[in-house]
Design a protein around this ligand. Structure first.
Ligand code: ZN
Length: 122
């Protein structure tokens, strides 16, 4: 898809897009987030340099982490629709890896779980 300034983007994972890769091992690129309204929001510019062992994934994660987002927020952004689970305690959406669907009657996310464990509902 075409993003701001006519730059072509390709999907990376979930709602994360990167500017089109040219196949070179060393390349600068933009990381963007597809918003619900269909607009791409540019998050930042970074590089990959596979000669130095810096992969595309490390470049993408570096940008996301630079925002101070927690790992579970980043995982949620990179989750596909069928990988998203809803916490029945807080109502938030998370990557299914971050929701405990097994141990309780409720589906409890990793944010709610410590408190939930300490004071389970009667
Ligand atoms: Zn929760």
């Amino acid at each position: 898809m075409i993003g701001p300034y006519g730059v072509e983007y390709e999907k990376y994972a979930g709602e994360i897009y990167v500017s089109k890769q040219n196949g070179k091992r060393k390349q600068g690129f933009n990381v963007a987030q597809l918003k619900p309204d269909g607009e791409l929001r540019i998050l930042g510019y970074t590089s990959r340099d596979e000669a130095l062992g810096k992969t595309l994934e490390e470049g993408v994660r570096g940008i996301l982490k630079s925002y101070g987002w927690f790992d579970h927020v980043i995982s949620r952004m990179m989750a596909e629709a069928d990988e998203i689970a809803t916490c029945t305690v807080c109502g938030g959406d998370y990557h299914e890896r971050d929701v405990n669907l097994i141990d309780y009657e409720d589906d409890v996310c990793i944010v709610c779980e410590p408190k939930f464990k300490a004071t389970p509902p009667a």
